[in-house]
Design a protein around this ligand. Sequence first.
Ligand SMILES: [Zn+2]
Length: 235
Amino acid sequence: MAKDRILIVGMGGLGVPALWSLARAGALRLTLVDPDPVELSNLARQVIYRSRDIGASKVEAATRWMVECFPEVKVERHAIALDASNAVRLIGAHDFVIDATDSPVAKFLINDTCVAARTTFVYGGVVGMTGQAMTVIPGETACIRCVFEMPPDEDEIQSCREAGIVGPVAGAIGEMQAGEAMRASRAQKPLLSGKILTYDASGPSRVRITAVSPRPGCSCGASKHEYRESHAPGR
Ligand SMILES: [Zn+2]
């Protein structure tokens, strides 16, 4: 059976380029989740939204755009925030999740729910001129808690909001996330599984890919898998 049911959580700076990229690549079953309406300030960077969409929910406006431009793609939409009451149901109904949220709380919820459901997902985050992406294969490769352990505190979250995000960086990370989803849906290993990609648009060394090991003791259990793999007979 095709593993092509892709869930995009967040239809802002990362979700819009991810959606566009997936539609162009021929993804056929997409679900969009975002509680927010389209605002005037979104139009410049989140290019699928038009002035007629202002006030409508982002998922509704995005679906309208998909129907016009990519009528063959099936889109399901939920104008709600992913939270503890619906995460298991929504994530459980999909083969791959794109974390295109801008909230650390949502990112940890996606991580924990995907780890429990054994659903592969790609994390994405952008602060100022720097973006990051990493794909997590639960139980096999490092998860978000292996890397960050705990969500940042409120002060840190606030400073990220104030730093804003830069359009081209978000575009590159969102497209990267879409590429990971397409690989997974074609039964290819995502390029960023166990690796974190950092795109820094401010300095000379722009793109860096760093391998990340699972953290021993992390509840995702990936470090035990890595230990078993490296001690397997014949290695
Ligand atoms: Zn972990």
